[in-house]
Design a protein around this ligand. Structure first.
Ligand code: ATP
Ligand code: MG
Length: 423
């Protein structure tokens, strides 16, 4: 039979790598809890309309990256979620989560975008996202950024750069957009096809063109800063003051607009120089208009999402060679009645928190002993017919040349604890 392979851009995370994922996830989740963020879990599938409306028609995601289909059974248009903010806000509105005040929420899990797979860019990838819902001030903008800086420290990541921009209020952006379009029209001949197309659909997106010759043209374009009113400027000043107080450095980047339509005021990205073209590990900002756009009451909000694959690539580089999680015991059993005897003993150790593998798959004593050695366990537990008859178990240290010892079955747990301490 022909082999069936995984879908392109959707990767297995194999056991060796999954250890690093587990350690990463444990750190991230503990960190989110330390900042008072509560977990929320939304479905992987939503109505297509949610993303069309929340993310915006003229965005890369909605134009070409969504896994969307018609579910003929129910006559519904559905989409595999490309990001989490839209679902999170939908859920907050649907369940009136803010009825008793603002909420700090986090989610994590797979996201799906039909992009060209390459290093750091996949069709199923994973994000952690944090959303601070119902908070108007720059204090939560700062909190979201400061907490990221703390996570990078904890993960041992150096050299992540914070890029920051203020994209103002919608009316301010509308005036800026009009002038930007006029400028782009004037320079139409010098733009590429992509920029000419975006100029029509989503002119601000021309600003983050990756094409150097387009960037060259844009160096003469008007910048957002000149269009900002006192309120927008004040918000941004407040944020910068708090970042300074926390000792978090940043680079102002007037071209930073982010891919999604729903942002206002603060936008930011954390960027690494060590990941090639896919250098953005985390992006976020304020999105005060999103609740209304999704049928909710006007509610200020801000958040970020980070890409786990990209962060893990950096973590792996930072912690090459860290020990993998090892087994405590490998239980060998050979002869009649030995499995029945060994099984509850393995369970007893596991209930004390030890990592124990009970040999499966048969084989003689020697073959099982080889498996025990190769398993990386600290101790082998040996159960032969002799041990069963005597109501005993043999403990054999595997990592150093110490004598094995035979203990009473009833005393296994304390004897094992003793032996582990010596090892
Ligand atoms: P990019 O410009 O790299 O396409 P984006 O602006 O589309 O990123 P966001 O929607 O802001 O990304 O998602 C937040 C983070 O999720 C990104 O900074 C990145 O780390 C990660 N991410 C986004 N798309 C992918 C993908 N296809 N594969 C892996 N990680 C991704
Ligand atoms: Mg993208």
């Amino acid at each position: 039979m022909a082999k069936i392979q995984a879908v392109r851009g959707m990767n297995d995370i194999l056991p060796g790598e999954a250890q690093a994922w587990l350690a990463f996830e444990a750190k991230v989740e503990a960190w989110l809890a330390r900042y008072g963020y509560q977990n929320i879990r939304m479905p992987l599938v939503e109505h297509t309309q949610l993303f069309r409306r929340a993310i915006g028609e003229a965005t890369d995601i909605v134009e070409k990256e969504m896994y969307a289909w018609r579910d003929e059974l129910n006559g519904e248009d559905l989409t595999l979620r490309p990001e989490g903010t839209a679902s999170c806000v939908r859920a907050a509105i649907e369940h009136s989560l803010l009825h008793d005040g603002p909420k700090r929420l986090w989610y994590g899990g797979p996201m799906f975008r039909h992009e060209r797979p390459q290093k750091g860019r996949y069709r199923q990838f994973h994000q952690y996202g944090a959303e601070a819902l119902g908070y108007p001030g720059p204090d939560v903008d700062a909190e979201l950024i400061v907490m990221c800086a703390a996570l990078w420290r904890e993960l041992g990541l150096e050299g992540l750069r914070l890029e920051l921009n203020n994209i103002g209020a919608p009316q301010e952006r509308a005036r800026y957009r009009a002038d930007l379009v006029r400028f782009l029209e004037k320079n139409r001949e010098r733009l590429d096809d992509d920029a000419r197309r975006r100029m029509q659909t989503n002119p601000l997106r021309t600003l983050d063109s990756k094409n150097p010759s387009v960037q060259e043209v844009l160096s003469g374009a008007p910048t957002m800063a000149a269009y900002l009113g006192d309120e927008s400027l004040g918000h941004f000043e407040g944020l910068k003051r708090l970042l300074d107080a926390a000792g978090v450095g940043y680079t102002l980047n007037a071209r930073l607009v982010r891919g999604l339509d729903y942002y206002n005021l603060t936008v930011f990205e954390w960027v690494s120089d060590r990941l090639g073209a896919q250098g953005t590990v985390c992006g976020g900002g304020r999105y005060d208009g999103l609740f209304e756009l999704l049928g909710g009451r006007p509610t200020p909000a801000a958040g970020f999402a980070m890409g786990n694959e990209r962060l893990l690539a950096l973590v792996a580089a930072a912690s090459e060679g860290e020990a993998v999680q090892a087994l405590d015991a490998y239980v060998i059993h050979q002869g009649s009645g030995t499995l029945e005897y060994a099984l509850p003993l393995a369970e007893a150790l596991r209930s004390r928190g030890y990592r124990v593998v009970l040999h499966a798959g048969g084989g003689n004593f020697k073959a099982q002993m080889k498996k025990a050695d190769a398993s990386g366990a600290a101790l082998a537990l040996i159960v032969g017919e002799d041990e069963v008859r005597g109501g005993e178990v043999t403990l054999k240290p595997l990592r150093e040349a110490r004598e094995q010892l035979r203990v009473r079955k009833q005393a296994l747990v304390p004897e094992f604890e003793q032996a582990m301490k010596k090892g």
